[in-house]
Design a protein. Sequence first.
Length: 279
Amino acid sequence: MLKFFRISLIAVLIAIVIYPDPGMAYRHTIFRHKGAYHLTANTALLWDPANNQRYFDLGADREVFPASTTKVLTAILVLENLSLDQYVTVSEHATQVPQTKLGLRAGESYRVRDLLYGLILKSANDAAVALAEAVAGSEGKFVDRMNARARQIGAMHSHFANPHGLPSQGPQFTTASDMALIFTQALKNDFFRQAITLKYLVIYSREGHRFFLKSHNKILFSNWRRNVFGKTGYTIEAQSCFVGYIPKGNDILVIAVYGCHKRWTDMKFIIERYGHINL
């Protein structure tokens, strides 16, 4: 008994040293001692927006890199400012953004809805820039509008440097809490809500250039009992991240995970254990 007490005391002291946030230490200690699962996420949130209830909060107000979850805010601004059926002509600047991208050609034209599908399903950075320029005239002016809109939504601890989330020389950060707010705002739009449910789609330019899109959301292709719909992100700095939702009764739970090494396993564990939803 004395030996067990000493081992337990040492484990608690180690957890306190590694995780100075007491809540974080407690959660991770539980995972280890129960032998169930150890989260790889840097921050995570499972939130019921209808009742403003946090089912799970792992440093959800800690600053993280947004990666391609940035595109949720980009989609909001596009949907609020452009008609889905209007055409956008791609600039040379939009074609020069790094991967991941569709491979748009300068001078070709695309309907806004098709570029949005490219943005949401394939996480295309060139589509993000083309849409940003269509909304604001330039990428820089669009970023100003992104940050203003984020503040209006209530995301007060975020700053975006571009419309796609790739690393930037300027400040670029968010929190799981802020991205949950931004995502919940995006869900108010029927097009966005429908787009994140799609697995595949084919889009065309006005000139006939065809693109096959496949969603980056691997849960849609898994054998889980329930789907989680949302937007993925990844950069070396940000690691894997995701913001999305899962229906629960007549409501939804919004999940945001950032800095993950095992994104899908982290999400499954949080939703099952804290959302009490069998996946």
